[in-house]
Write a protein that binds this ligand. Structure first.
Ligand SMILES: [Zn+2]
Length: 225
């Protein structure tokens, strides 16, 4: 059993899942997990489970005591199920779901503080990959809590924790960073292009500052509607 949170491992496993699920756009969708395709994790909403089994909502959630989500792990990894409350499918629930996925993927056997920290870090690296944040920053975009929350559709709390972690821990480069950035490059080029580069490109394209407005119209789709 780990005595210190294995943050590097949690990061690699989160990045590995992103690459395996072929995710390359923000906000990172956890819906992909919702398709049980012979995977070892089955994700099901409380509502769907109740409808299929006749179990009442109160019975399944122990009268609401189990919160927005929980997981049940059998002796066989193929029997792991994650439940979540579809009525509260907010950024917070998404984080909760990914936290539970983290427990499963990190092969946790208990819910001690070390395991909780690892699962949280997994969820954070899956939904807001540090490699991607640094790339967006490198492209000249200012990243504050509100912007991160908007781009990645995470709660302000998750965004704040992420920024604090980046400051405190620095970013440890992993061998998957480049693959993550490459996978997201088409998305980034479209929605978060390098700030200076897109400006100079516009100037070059239209031959001067006066025509910059034309470039903006082109981008908005109003120049050639
Ligand atoms: Zn947990």
């Amino acid at each position: 059993m780990p005595t210190k949170p294995r943050l590097a491992l949690a990061t690699l496993l989160a990045y590995n899942e992103l690459l395996r699920l072929n995710i390359g756009a923000c906000p990172i969708s956890s819906d992909t997990f919702l398709t049980p395709s012979g995977q070892s994790i089955i994700i099901c909403s409380y509502q769907e489970f109740c409808e299929r089994t006749g179990v009442t909502f109160d019975e399944l959630s122990l009268g609401g005591r189990l919160g927005d989500g929980f997981y049940v792990s059998g002796t066989d990894t193929y029997r792991t199920m994650i439940f979540y409350n579809a009525d509260r499918y907010t950024p917070r629930v998404r984080f909760t779901m990914l936290h539970e996925v983290g427990h499963v993927i990190l092969n946790h056997k208990r819910n001690a503080p070390v395991e909780e920290a690892e699962a949280n870090f997994f969820a954070s690296q899956f939904l807001i990959p540090s490699a991607l944040l640094l790339e967006i920053h490198r492209r000249g975009h200012n990243l504050d809590v509100h912007r991160i929350s908007r781009i990645f559709d995470v709660s302000l709390t998750a965004a704040r924790v992420k920024l604090e972690q980046l400051e405190r821990l620095r970013h440890t480069q992993t061998h998957l960073d480049d693959s993550i950035v490459r996978r997201f490059t088409p998305y980034l080029d479209q929605y978060l292009p390098p700030e200076a580069a897109s400006f100079s490109h516009a100037l070059h394209f239209f031959g001067g500052v006066d025509n910059y407005r034309a470039y903006q119209k082109l981008e908005e789709g109003t120049l050639f509607p």
